[in-house]
Design a binder for this molecule. Structure first.
Ligand code: AMP
Length: 285
Protein backbone atom coordinates (compact mmCIF):
# COMPACT_ATOMS: atom_id res chain seq x y z
CA UNK A 1 0.00 0.00 0.00
CA UNK A 2 1.51 3.31 -1.10
CA UNK A 3 1.80 5.82 1.74
CA UNK A 4 0.82 9.33 0.69
CA UNK A 5 2.31 12.49 2.20
CA UNK A 6 1.54 16.16 1.72
CA UNK A 7 4.17 17.33 4.14
CA UNK A 8 7.90 16.67 4.12
CA UNK A 9 7.92 16.53 7.93
CA UNK A 10 5.74 13.40 7.86
CA UNK A 11 7.65 11.84 4.95
CA UNK A 12 10.93 12.51 6.69
CA UNK A 13 9.80 10.55 9.77
CA UNK A 14 9.35 7.51 7.50
CA UNK A 15 12.58 8.08 5.59
CA UNK A 16 14.58 8.46 8.80
CA UNK A 17 13.76 4.87 9.63
CA UNK A 18 14.63 3.75 6.10
CA UNK A 19 17.99 5.51 6.33
CA UNK A 20 18.52 4.01 9.79
CA UNK A 21 18.22 0.55 8.20
CA UNK A 22 20.91 1.57 5.67
CA UNK A 23 18.41 1.17 2.84
CA UNK A 24 18.86 2.89 -0.52
CA UNK A 25 16.24 5.49 -1.44
CA UNK A 26 15.42 6.30 -5.08
CA UNK A 27 13.42 9.35 -6.02
CA UNK A 28 11.19 9.87 -9.08
CA UNK A 29 10.02 13.49 -9.51
CA UNK A 30 6.95 13.95 -11.74
CA UNK A 31 4.23 16.43 -12.54
CA UNK A 32 1.48 13.80 -12.29
CA UNK A 33 -1.06 12.81 -14.97
CA UNK A 34 0.79 9.54 -14.70
CA UNK A 35 1.11 6.95 -17.45
CA UNK A 36 3.06 3.75 -18.03
CA UNK A 37 6.23 5.77 -18.74
CA UNK A 38 6.21 7.11 -15.20
CA UNK A 39 5.48 3.63 -13.85
CA UNK A 40 8.46 2.31 -15.79
CA UNK A 41 10.65 4.72 -13.82
CA UNK A 42 9.25 3.29 -10.58
CA UNK A 43 9.83 -0.30 -11.74
CA UNK A 44 13.43 0.44 -12.72
CA UNK A 45 13.95 2.32 -9.45
CA UNK A 46 12.72 -0.72 -7.50
CA UNK A 47 15.49 -2.81 -9.09
CA UNK A 48 18.25 -0.56 -7.79
CA UNK A 49 16.85 0.77 -4.51
CA UNK A 50 15.13 -0.55 -1.38
CA UNK A 51 12.51 2.18 -1.20
CA UNK A 52 11.07 4.43 -3.90
CA UNK A 53 9.62 7.91 -3.39
CA UNK A 54 7.67 9.60 -6.19
CA UNK A 55 6.65 13.24 -6.07
CA UNK A 56 3.79 14.89 -7.92
CA UNK A 57 4.16 18.64 -8.21
CA UNK A 58 3.20 20.76 -11.20
CA UNK A 59 6.00 23.26 -10.95
CA UNK A 60 4.84 26.74 -12.01
CA UNK A 61 8.38 28.13 -12.38
CA UNK A 62 9.21 25.88 -15.33
CA UNK A 63 6.23 27.00 -17.43
CA UNK A 64 7.12 29.95 -19.61
CA UNK A 65 3.57 29.84 -21.01
CA UNK A 66 0.80 30.41 -18.42
CA UNK A 67 -1.74 28.80 -20.76
CA UNK A 68 0.33 25.61 -20.85
CA UNK A 69 0.42 25.56 -17.04
CA UNK A 70 -3.35 26.08 -16.80
CA UNK A 71 -4.00 23.29 -19.30
CA UNK A 72 -1.62 20.80 -17.66
CA UNK A 73 -3.77 17.75 -16.80
CA UNK A 74 -4.39 17.04 -13.10
CA UNK A 75 -5.56 13.50 -12.31
CA UNK A 76 -4.47 12.85 -8.72
CA UNK A 77 -7.07 10.17 -7.87
CA UNK A 78 -6.19 8.14 -10.96
CA UNK A 79 -2.47 8.71 -10.26
CA UNK A 80 -2.85 7.26 -6.77
CA UNK A 81 -4.55 4.15 -8.17
CA UNK A 82 -1.81 3.72 -10.79
CA UNK A 83 1.13 3.91 -8.38
CA UNK A 84 -0.53 1.28 -6.17
CA UNK A 85 -0.42 -1.15 -9.10
CA UNK A 86 3.38 -1.12 -9.10
CA UNK A 87 3.79 -1.09 -5.32
CA UNK A 88 5.28 2.39 -4.99
CA UNK A 89 6.37 2.93 -1.38
CA UNK A 90 5.86 6.67 -0.88
CA UNK A 91 4.00 9.32 -2.84
CA UNK A 92 4.84 12.90 -1.94
CA UNK A 93 2.31 15.52 -3.07
CA UNK A 94 3.45 18.87 -1.66
CA UNK A 95 1.58 22.10 -2.13
CA UNK A 96 3.22 25.17 -3.57
CA UNK A 97 3.97 26.81 -0.21
CA UNK A 98 6.03 23.80 0.88
CA UNK A 99 8.19 23.94 -2.26
CA UNK A 100 8.35 27.73 -2.42
CA UNK A 101 7.74 29.03 1.13
CA UNK A 102 6.78 32.70 0.79
CA UNK A 103 9.12 33.70 3.60
CA UNK A 104 12.16 31.99 2.05
CA UNK A 105 14.02 32.65 -1.17
CA UNK A 106 14.33 29.39 -3.05
CA UNK A 107 16.60 30.68 -5.81
CA UNK A 108 19.34 28.66 -7.38
CA UNK A 109 22.52 30.38 -8.51
CA UNK A 110 23.71 28.23 -11.36
CA UNK A 111 25.05 29.22 -14.74
CA UNK A 112 23.67 26.69 -17.21
CA UNK A 113 26.05 27.92 -19.94
CA UNK A 114 24.92 26.93 -23.44
CA UNK A 115 22.89 24.02 -22.03
CA UNK A 116 19.73 26.09 -21.69
CA UNK A 117 20.29 28.18 -24.82
CA UNK A 118 19.65 25.38 -27.31
CA UNK A 119 16.57 23.37 -28.30
CA UNK A 120 14.07 23.41 -25.39
CA UNK A 121 16.05 26.23 -23.79
CA UNK A 122 15.80 28.37 -26.92
CA UNK A 123 12.07 27.79 -27.41
CA UNK A 124 11.10 27.86 -23.72
CA UNK A 125 13.18 30.65 -22.14
CA UNK A 126 13.61 30.17 -18.39
CA UNK A 127 12.22 26.61 -18.50
CA UNK A 128 15.39 24.86 -17.34
CA UNK A 129 16.09 27.45 -14.66
CA UNK A 130 12.68 26.45 -13.24
CA UNK A 131 13.41 22.74 -13.66
CA UNK A 132 16.76 23.01 -11.85
CA UNK A 133 15.20 25.12 -9.11
CA UNK A 134 12.44 22.59 -8.39
CA UNK A 135 14.63 19.50 -8.71
CA UNK A 136 17.25 20.99 -6.37
CA UNK A 137 14.54 21.94 -3.87
CA UNK A 138 12.98 18.46 -4.03
CA UNK A 139 16.40 16.83 -3.64
CA UNK A 140 17.08 18.99 -0.58
CA UNK A 141 13.75 17.94 0.92
CA UNK A 142 13.69 14.22 0.05
CA UNK A 143 17.46 13.65 0.18
CA UNK A 144 17.55 10.40 -1.85
CA UNK A 145 20.59 8.36 -2.89
CA UNK A 146 19.44 7.95 -6.50
CA UNK A 147 17.48 10.27 -8.74
CA UNK A 148 15.53 8.51 -11.50
CA UNK A 149 14.57 10.35 -14.70
CA UNK A 150 13.43 9.46 -18.21
CA UNK A 151 15.37 9.45 -21.48
CA UNK A 152 12.21 11.03 -22.95
CA UNK A 153 13.42 14.39 -21.61
CA UNK A 154 16.98 14.07 -22.82
CA UNK A 155 17.97 17.73 -22.48
CA UNK A 156 16.34 17.88 -19.05
CA UNK A 157 18.32 15.00 -17.58
CA UNK A 158 21.50 16.23 -19.26
CA UNK A 159 21.07 19.57 -17.51
CA UNK A 160 20.26 17.91 -14.19
CA UNK A 161 23.46 15.84 -14.52
CA UNK A 162 25.31 19.09 -15.23
CA UNK A 163 23.75 20.62 -12.09
CA UNK A 164 24.70 17.57 -10.01
CA UNK A 165 28.29 17.87 -11.25
CA UNK A 166 28.49 21.65 -10.77
CA UNK A 167 27.04 21.60 -7.25
CA UNK A 168 28.89 18.40 -6.31
CA UNK A 169 25.63 16.85 -5.13
CA UNK A 170 26.11 13.40 -3.58
CA UNK A 171 23.54 11.74 -5.78
CA UNK A 172 23.50 9.32 -8.69
CA UNK A 173 21.30 9.97 -11.69
CA UNK A 174 19.73 6.87 -13.22
CA UNK A 175 18.14 7.26 -16.66
CA UNK A 176 15.33 4.99 -17.90
CA UNK A 177 14.51 4.31 -21.57
CA UNK A 178 11.53 6.00 -23.17
CA UNK A 179 8.30 4.03 -22.97
CA UNK A 180 6.38 4.15 -26.26
CA UNK A 181 2.99 3.00 -27.48
CA UNK A 182 2.71 0.22 -30.07
CA UNK A 183 3.19 2.72 -32.92
CA UNK A 184 6.25 4.33 -31.35
CA UNK A 185 4.70 7.49 -29.88
CA UNK A 186 6.53 8.38 -26.66
CA UNK A 187 4.06 8.28 -23.77
CA UNK A 188 3.44 11.75 -22.38
CA UNK A 189 0.86 13.39 -20.14
CA UNK A 190 0.28 15.81 -23.00
CA UNK A 191 -0.88 12.99 -25.34
CA UNK A 192 -4.21 13.04 -23.46
CA UNK A 193 -4.97 16.27 -25.31
CA UNK A 194 -4.53 14.67 -28.75
CA UNK A 195 -7.45 13.21 -30.69
CA UNK A 196 -7.36 9.51 -31.59
CA UNK A 197 -6.20 10.35 -35.13
CA UNK A 198 -3.69 12.84 -33.69
CA UNK A 199 -2.16 10.09 -31.55
CA UNK A 200 -1.78 7.91 -34.63
CA UNK A 201 -0.21 10.74 -36.62
CA UNK A 202 2.07 11.71 -33.73
CA UNK A 203 4.01 8.47 -34.19
CA UNK A 204 5.43 10.05 -37.38
CA UNK A 205 7.99 11.67 -35.08
CA UNK A 206 9.29 8.23 -34.08
CA UNK A 207 9.33 6.95 -37.67
CA UNK A 208 11.16 10.07 -38.84
CA UNK A 209 13.83 9.68 -36.17
CA UNK A 210 14.22 5.99 -37.08
CA UNK A 211 14.73 6.84 -40.75
CA UNK A 212 17.35 9.42 -39.78
CA UNK A 213 19.08 6.87 -37.55
CA UNK A 214 19.28 4.44 -40.47
CA UNK A 215 20.88 7.13 -42.65
CA UNK A 216 23.18 8.82 -40.14
CA UNK A 217 26.37 7.28 -41.55
CA UNK A 218 25.31 7.91 -45.15
CA UNK A 219 24.03 11.48 -45.31
CA UNK A 220 25.11 14.88 -44.00
CA UNK A 221 23.81 16.21 -40.68
CA UNK A 222 22.13 19.34 -42.04
CA UNK A 223 20.51 17.36 -44.85
CA UNK A 224 19.04 14.92 -42.31
CA UNK A 225 17.84 17.73 -40.04
CA UNK A 226 16.06 19.43 -42.97
CA UNK A 227 14.66 16.10 -44.13
CA UNK A 228 13.17 15.49 -40.66
CA UNK A 229 11.79 19.02 -40.36
CA UNK A 230 10.14 18.89 -43.80
CA UNK A 231 8.73 15.40 -43.34
CA UNK A 232 7.01 16.52 -40.13
CA UNK A 233 5.74 19.68 -41.80
CA UNK A 234 4.30 17.72 -44.70
CA UNK A 235 2.57 15.39 -42.26
CA UNK A 236 0.74 18.36 -40.68
CA UNK A 237 3.01 19.17 -37.70
CA UNK A 238 4.43 22.56 -36.89
CA UNK A 239 7.99 21.56 -36.03
CA UNK A 240 10.07 23.85 -33.81
CA UNK A 241 13.37 22.05 -34.18
CA UNK A 242 14.91 18.83 -35.45
CA UNK A 243 18.45 18.93 -34.08
CA UNK A 244 21.26 16.42 -34.13
CA UNK A 245 23.58 17.12 -31.22
CA UNK A 246 26.57 15.66 -29.46
CA UNK A 247 24.87 13.84 -26.60
CA UNK A 248 27.72 14.51 -24.19
CA UNK A 249 27.47 18.34 -24.30
CA UNK A 250 24.32 19.15 -26.35
CA UNK A 251 26.37 21.08 -28.88
CA UNK A 252 25.24 21.00 -32.49
CA UNK A 253 27.36 18.84 -34.74
CA UNK A 254 28.00 19.45 -38.39
CA UNK A 255 29.52 16.06 -39.13
CA UNK A 256 29.59 12.67 -37.46
CA UNK A 257 33.39 12.63 -37.61
CA UNK A 258 34.87 13.41 -34.22
CA UNK A 259 31.59 12.61 -32.42
CA UNK A 260 31.18 9.39 -30.46
CA UNK A 261 27.65 9.98 -29.23
CA UNK A 262 24.93 11.58 -31.36
CA UNK A 263 21.31 12.20 -30.39
CA UNK A 264 18.45 13.56 -32.46
CA UNK A 265 16.00 15.80 -30.61
CA UNK A 266 12.64 16.92 -31.94
CA UNK A 267 9.95 19.37 -30.80
CA UNK A 268 6.80 19.78 -32.86
CA UNK A 269 3.24 20.98 -32.39
CA UNK A 270 0.29 18.86 -33.40
CA UNK A 271 -3.33 19.80 -32.65
CA UNK A 272 -2.04 22.64 -30.41
CA UNK A 273 -0.11 20.09 -28.31
CA UNK A 274 3.66 20.45 -28.02
CA UNK A 275 5.42 17.09 -28.38
CA UNK A 276 9.09 16.38 -27.76
CA UNK A 277 11.07 13.23 -28.37
CA UNK A 278 14.62 12.06 -29.02
CA UNK A 279 16.61 9.04 -30.13
CA UNK A 280 20.21 8.03 -29.70
CA UNK A 281 21.64 7.77 -33.24
CA UNK A 282 24.88 6.14 -32.18
CA UNK A 283 26.82 5.79 -28.96
CA UNK A 284 30.41 4.63 -29.39
CA UNK A 285 31.79 5.98 -26.13
P1 AMP B 1 6.85 14.65 -16.21
O1 AMP B 1 5.78 14.23 -15.27
O2 AMP B 1 6.41 14.73 -17.62
O3 AMP B 1 7.58 15.87 -15.72
O4 AMP B 1 7.92 13.48 -16.21
C1 AMP B 1 8.46 12.97 -15.03
C2 AMP B 1 9.56 12.02 -15.38
O5 AMP B 1 9.03 10.95 -16.17
C3 AMP B 1 10.70 12.66 -16.19
O6 AMP B 1 11.94 12.16 -15.72
C4 AMP B 1 10.40 12.19 -17.59
O7 AMP B 1 11.54 12.12 -18.42
C5 AMP B 1 9.83 10.80 -17.33
N1 AMP B 1 9.00 10.34 -18.45
C6 AMP B 1 7.97 11.01 -19.02
N2 AMP B 1 7.49 10.31 -20.06
C7 AMP B 1 8.24 9.19 -20.15
C8 AMP B 1 8.23 8.07 -21.03
N3 AMP B 1 7.38 7.96 -22.02
N4 AMP B 1 9.15 7.08 -20.82
C9 AMP B 1 10.05 7.18 -19.81
N5 AMP B 1 10.10 8.20 -18.94
C10 AMP B 1 9.20 9.21 -19.11
Amino acid sequence: MTKIFNSIVDLEIELKEVRGNCEIIAFVPTMGALHQGHLQLVKEAQKIADKVVMSIFVNPTQFNDKNDLDKYPKTLDADIKLVQTVGLDYLYVPDETEIYPPEKIVELELNLLHYDQVMEGAFRPGHFKGVCQVVKRLLDLVDPHILVMGQKDFQQYSIIQFMIDQLLLPIRLHVVNTKRDSRGLALSSRNMRLSESGRIKAATIFRTMKTIKSKIKLEGISFLESYGFNRLKRAGFEPEYVSIVDGSDLKNITSIHGTKYAVICVAAWLEKVRLIDNMVLFDER
